[in-house]
Design a protein. Structure first.
Lengths: 102, 485, 469
């Protein structure tokens, strides 16, 4: 899927889309749960679609609310390895143990 | 506000400092109240009893030695559980963060502690800040001290209820779409969402970064300001924090202040009796010398959709880091691979509402929808800011009801969308970054109503003046629960 | 690599370069010096991704990235944003990487530049700042291990991603490009490309307008050439459009393998990073960076050629290595035998040696050069002395004395040697007459017999002899 700026009119999602979203967010949903969410998401998205009607021509293109500044000097401060590792649930020596990837 | 011994809360630090009052006794009395009342209310998730009493004792010792104590000396402060306090857990009222002990405290907490404030414990909330009733907590809801069959509001329900019932002097909450103002309104306390960038977000576990702020909740304007001025100000750890200095309130009332009623907040969506109370509040302001008028913010009806698109988008990304690998919930994974272990941890650890918002946020950011939803929402957001800026040319502050309804009954069945809709009055201030306060504004059948007042960027001191004026006028009431205790 | 049926190859590279000269990471103040550390030693709440922490941008990283942009002839943006690239992997602590993404409407910190490689321009599409993820390892082999091990020391290290247009046409050119890129970046002093993992690259290859194949996991520049040659051959063998896919370079077996096929393109859900502000670089600030930055490699080479008369090829080699050119600059202040010095520096002093345990001082070096020029030692003897100094630390002058290095210039002595050599090689004189190669060969034979002979004198006498005594 490329990110072209086409206007997509979506007032509802189907089950396949719900499953894809769940997969993208790493959530596993039961079949009942998925169906219920499908209905809820659809009505909420329909509500969001009201934004299409708003006339935004008065807003500057690429206007972002970003502020400026807030940088820091390149000066080393002590790290915090002991305290952080203490909170890690599963470790192997100094490594964080995570599930295998493949 | 006078406590039962007749002391105004904001005087506590000076009285502790010059030995007129014992911090240890005061803090002990608060915990005693917690022991009596909190079974009914369920404000607190964790109590910090022993360290608090020890610190209070130490303050009394230092006072006796003639030491000058901090501005918050002796005050007992409840902290919402999405704000990190070192040595206490930060669960955000979620299962997925059970057992997470942050090795750092939020900047706001550090500032409280350096002013000798005492952290009483961590308060209940809607999971990750997502909700307006505190029923979305994984650890049970918080009830309203004014009517325990009703919700306290959310997501800072625990903090607001604790303050309302005298189970804390003041409290910290966070506000992403109304999460300080809503429970403050429902619990009849004063709650301030500062200007975006006013209070450091370092140590606030985020729901929506571009919208939220940590803010104070208190029984009265003076103690609110005490807490606010201690935590506000630039922080190098937060790149979005502002260097704009905090102005002090002049303290000479609201004569000549131009107050504007926002038409859209008084429409058919609001319960009539709620509207009436707030209109009365407006009349009181006029009686005190303010000049009242009316204005319209044309894009307000769209603010809810704008808010949810942006908030959910940011949230879906912010919550990606909860994988059970480095902290928090870590269920036995066996030899499961990364993706399925991850999905299982998250599905077990997140509640319904959180999952819903993650899915929606993922949707509005994904290819093909990003322009139509997220980018568009940001544009309407900019439009809203322009409209408010225009209104502030004619008025010094704007107002309306904080919530369009009275505190709902516990367990009332509503669809998610119906639930989102009651945020309609509060989200605009988060979208625009404007400071907004909720002030108690009377009762309807014994249930609290709040008035929301909005000021221009960085003008919290004007809100304080209005809150103080209205507070003096209304007088402070205590919830029946506290009176009976 | 046999020339094939003329199927045109287009290669684009994505190079990730760590800004190793920074003392701290990109968004936190942990030390960036992690290579000698124990696992999970250089970590803090921010780079570990603990909840409630916020990134704060390293100001020097912005300066260095802008500098790289200028050195690669790019336009540096006055205003650029950070974006979140959302995906899940154990080495990515926040579940997203903070990067810069130009297709969502934002601009990266620099774009639209070029690098000259052997007379050809390779265009630079964009340059962006981003953070490195941590490192994933396994106990034993990847397929047998039931879990993975993660070290977050590298998480948050500042990276500059440099992306080229598909202007590169073969594997060798790719390697040349990468080496040029590395020398340019090193000459700026912002990164040491020799450090393990400091420069990594992915490649995009297509043949004759066919589908684009991405090759990832190429660990070193040497591997780049191998990987590209393999992939080009593989695609040619299947002739026609390869499927658009991502492949992984397996160094052990020297092949590319298809990664698990995905039905759809990766969905990263990019959006602007709300915790960070726009990077603002006013024209004045950019001009300041340009002024403060060290001389770029190409400009330096031109200067050596034009100002000092050093031959262009030699000038390029000299300019390519920061330590060598610095050494040359020092020597040039002391003596004007530029070509000779350049030649000896490039030939004998590798960068490591100059900075090594026994460096040679510019004064010593210049002394040797003077001796060569005055014919008191031969060039070969100078090289010998240099090597000895580098090895032992003994001052060059001392080496010359100890080893009794002196050029033999006595013509009668050399004539004797020439006579001996010629006598042992019947017909050699005739061959040498008129054939430059044979002549030089004969000179070489004489020098072999008498290494201390000054080559110019040998050549003079031999030529004289050829002309008939």
């Amino acid at each position: 899927m490329s990110r072209k700026s086409r206007t997509r009119k979506t007032y509802s999602v189907d089950l396949r889309q719900v499953e894809r979203l769940a997969d993208l967010s790493r959530l596993s949903l039961g079949p009942e749960e998925a169906e219920r969410l499908r209905g809820e998401l659809s009505s909420i998205l329909e509500y969001f679609a009201t934004l299409e009607k708003v006339d935004v021509s008065g807003v500057a293109e690429g206007a972002d609310a970003s502020l400026e500044g807030g940088l820091r000097e390149d000066v080393v401060r002590p790290s915090m390895p002991a305290e952080i590792l203490e909170g890690v649930p599963q470790r192997k020596g100094r490594y964080v143990r995570a599930p295998r990837v493949f | 506000m006078k406590s039962r011994s007749g002391v105004s809360l904001h005087q506590v630090p000076s009285m502790v400092s010059n030995g007129e009052m014992s911090a240890e006794e005061y803090i002990a009395s608060i915990f005693e109240k917690v022991d009596r009342l909190d079974q009914k209310i369920h404000s607190y998730l964790q109590l910090n009893r022993e360290p608090s009493l020890a610190k209070a004792k130490e303050l009394d010792r230092r006072a006796k030695r003639g030491e000058r104590l901090g501005r918050l000396a002796g005050l007992g402060i409840a902290v919402k559980d999405n704000i990190c306090v070192r040595s206490l857990q930060a669960t955000c009222a979620s299962r997925i963060l059970r057992g997470f002990n942050p090795p750092y405290s939020a900047t706001a907490v550090q500032r409280i502690e350096s002013e000798d404030g005492i952290i009483l414990g961590k308060t209940n909330m809607d999971e990750f800040g997502m909700g307006n009733t505190t029923q979305n907590s994984a650890y049970g809801p918080t009830l309203n001290p004014w009517d325990t069959s009703r919700v306290s509001g959310g997501s800072s329900g625990g903090s607001a209820a604790a303050v309302a019932a005298g189970m804390a002097s003041v409290a910290l909450g966070s506000d992403t779409g109304g999460s300080i103002r809503c429970p403050s309104s429902f619990c009849s306390v004063v709650g301030l969402k500062p200007t975006y960038g006013r209070v450091s977000r370092y140590g606030l576990i985020p729901y929506a970064n571009s919208l939220e702020q940590i803010g104070p909740i208190a029984r009265d304007a003076e103690s609110l300001w005490l807490l606010f001025s201690a935590i506000a100000g630039y922080d190098a750890e937060d790149a979005t924090s502002s260097r704009e200095p905090v102005k002090s309130p002049k303290g000479d009332g609201i004569k000549g202040l131009r107050v504007g009623r926002i038409k859209e907040f008084f429409g058919e969506g609001a319960q009539q009796k709620v509207t009436e109370r707030v209109m009365d509040g407006g009349a009181k302001l006029e009686a005190l010398g303010a000049k009242a008028g009316e204005t319209s913010i044309a894009s307000l009806p769209h603010s809810l959709a704008v808010y949810y698109v942006i908030a959910m988008a940011e949230a879906s990304s912010n919550l990606s880091r909860y994988d059970g690998v480095r902290y928090g919930l870590s269920p036995e994974r066996g030899t499961a691979d990364w993706n399925s272990a991850f999905a299982r941890t998250r599905s077990e650890g997140f509640g319904e509402e959180v999952k819903r918002r993650i899915l929606l946020g993922t949707f509005v950011l994904s290819a093909g929808y990003y322009e139509a939803y997220y980018v568009r929402a940001q544009k309407v957001r900019a439009l809203l800011a322009q409209e408010f800026a225009l209104a502030f040319k004619k008025f010094d502050v704007l107002f309306g009801p904080t919530m369009p309804v009275l505190p709902p009954k516990l367990g009332e069945r509503v669809t998610p969308l119906e639930d989102y809709l009651i945020d309609i009055n509060t989200v605009a201030a988060n979208l625009t970054g404007l400071p907004a306060i909720s002030v108690p504004c009377g009762l309807v059948d014994g249930l609290p109503v709040g008035m929301q007042v909005i000021a221009p960027m960085f003008r919290e001191e004007v809100l304080l003046e209005v809150a103080a004026a209205l507070g003096r006028e209304q007088g402070l009431k205590s919830p029946p629960l506290e009176e009976a205790a | 690599m046999q020339a094939e049926s003329g199927l045109r190859v287009k290669i684009g590279l994505e190079v990730h370069c760590q800004l190793t000269a920074l003392k701290t990471k990109l968004f936190c103040s942990c030390s960036s010096d992690y290579r000698a550390s124990e696992p999970n030693e250089k970590i803090c709440p921010v780079c570990f991704g603990l909840p409630g922490t916020l990134p704060v941008l390293n100001a020097k990283a912005v300066e260095y990235a802008a500098m790289i942009g200028l050195a690669l002839n790019c336009s540096v943006a006055n205003r650029s944003l950070f974006y979140r690239k959302n995906y899940f992997y154990p080495d990515l602590p926040k579940g997203f990487q903070i990067s810069q993404y130009d297709k969502a409407g934002g601009v990266p910190i620099a774009s639209s530049g070029s690098v000259e490689v052997e007379g050809k321009d390779v265009r630079i599409t964009r340059i962006q700042l981003e953070e490195d993820p941590g490192k994933l390892t396994y106990e034993g082999t990847i397929d047998k291990s039931s879990y993975s091990l993660v070290d977050y020391n590298r998480a948050g290290i500042a990276l500059v991603e440099i992306v080229t247009e598909p202007d590169i046409e073969d594997a060798r050119e790719a390697k040349m490009f990468l080496e040029k890129l590395r020398s340019v970046i090193e000459s700026l002093g912002v990164s040491n490309g020799e450090l393990d993992g400091a420069m990594r690259c992915d490649a995009n290859i297509s043949l004759a307008g066919g589908a684009r194949v991405e090759v990832k996991n190429i660990s070193s520049f040497k591997e780049v050439e191998k990987a590209l040659n393999y992939e080009i051959l593989r695609q040619r063998t299947f002739s026609g459009n390869a499927t658009s896919e991502t492949r992984h370079w397996d160094e052990r077996r020297s092949i590319t393998i298809a990664l698990r096929s995905k039905e759809e393109e990766q969905e990263y859900r990019y959006f602007p990073e709300p915790d960070l502000n726009a990077i603002v670089l006013e024209p004045g600030a950019i001009a300041g960076v340009r002024k403060a930055m060290p001389e770029v490699v190409d400009a330096k080479a031109s200067r050596y050629a034009e100002e000092f008369g050093v031959s262009l090829q030699l000038a390029k080699e000299l300019a390519a290595k920061k330590e060598l050119s610095a050494f040359f600059d020092e020597c040039a202040r002391l003596h004007d035998g530029y070509q000779e010095m350049a030649s000896l520096i490039v030939g004998e002093l590798s960068a490591a040696a100059v900075a090594g345990a026994h460096p040679i001082a510019p004064e010593e070096f210049v002394g040797l050069v003077r001796m060569v020029e005055s014919s008191s030692i031969t060039r070969a003897q100078a090289k010998e002395a240099i090597r000895e100094t580098l090895l032992t630390g003994r001052p060059a002058r001392q080496v010359v004395q100890m080893k009794n290095l002196s050029a033999v210039v006595d013509e009668s002595a050399i004539a004797v040697v020439i006579a001996k050599v010629v006598a042992a090689r019947p017909g050699a004189l005739d061959e040498a007459r008129g054939d430059k190669k044979a002549f030089n060969h004969l000179v070489g034979q004489v020098l072999k017999e008498e290494p201390k002979a000054q080559p110019t004198v040998v050549a003079k006498l031999l030529a004289k002899r050829l002309r008939g005594k």
